[in-house]
Design a protein around this ligand. Sequence first.
Ligand code: C2E
Ligand code: MG
Ligand code: MG
Length: 305
Amino acid sequence: MGVFPIDPSEEITIDAQAKAMFTNRRAKSDFKERIAIFRPDEYEREIAFHRTLTEFQYALSNGRITYYLQPQVDMETGEIIGAEALTRWIDKDDSLISPATFIPALEESGFVMTLDKYVWQGVAMWLRERIDRGLRVVPISLNVSRVDILACDVAEHMGALAAQYNLPPELMRIEITETAYTGESEAVDKLTADLHTRGFSTYMDDFGTGQSTLAMLKNVNVDVIKLDRTFAPVDGDQGRSAHIISSMLEMAQSLHLPVVIEGVETNEQANMLRNMGARYAQGFLYYRPMPAKDFEVLLDDGNDN
Ligand code: C2E
Ligand code: MG
Ligand code: MG
């Protein structure tokens, strides 16, 4: 039974009934507490979830979903070695909505696949256009959600996209978040193998945020590791976190796995990391995510090398 308490003098409204029915869903799956009482926060979350989905659909069909590009650099030379495509939702007032606020709802509902395919295609079109104009391009990293891996054949889709836009696969790098490697290990193993067969390289994103151990790296078939932002050393820190990073770097080196450090924000961090043998970084110190137009200017100026 789902209960939305009202005062005996109140009339039963449609809204009150809807709230009771909503609460009833929880009672159905809770075998210990068969009588569930309405929780306003739970209801608010549900409303926000549906609002996000409805508005996302609208934003997508109105060209309000796009992607920014954040350059990845070689810390030794400053050269731009690639960029990551990061989705952005442009709100009605032209402010940007961060993916962290809408991707969870899209993942829960499966619609993240619609978003991802849209972003991947946008990037493929952008690369083709640059190549056609004879302009410089660098490989672009594309984020793949755990849900995409379960819901579609990502390797086949990427292959078809590369064929459609006549792109060499080296220009599209596939980022798979670390938690997918542990949670969905069989599907991810198959996906990375299929991607490799088609000539794509794979990046393990957010390394260090899941339950992975360094030892697990031996067993996964990945080309590059992206060390999560939470591991970027704190300025002045010579202690434990610095040791953790340097042993991660050593381990990766012994496995011949290149590492990209995410979230490098200060010169001090960059120097520390370079002293530990890190070479590649993606962080605000170098560049923030930017519209493709701004990234084009960077590439065209070629001041990075
Ligand atoms: P991610 O793939 O790990 O992307 C890196 C995130 O770190 C980006 O956040 C980027 O703006 C941020 N970042 C980079 N350098 C710095 C730094 O120096 N300091 C700080 N504080 N942050 C930095 P963003 O764009 O908000 O994206 C968050 C996450 O949302 C991404 O993490 C990724 O997991 C997901 N995401 C973004 N775009 C897409 C997409 O198109 N598809 C899917 N499936 N997920 C996406
Ligand atoms: Mg990523
Ligand atoms: Mg990451």
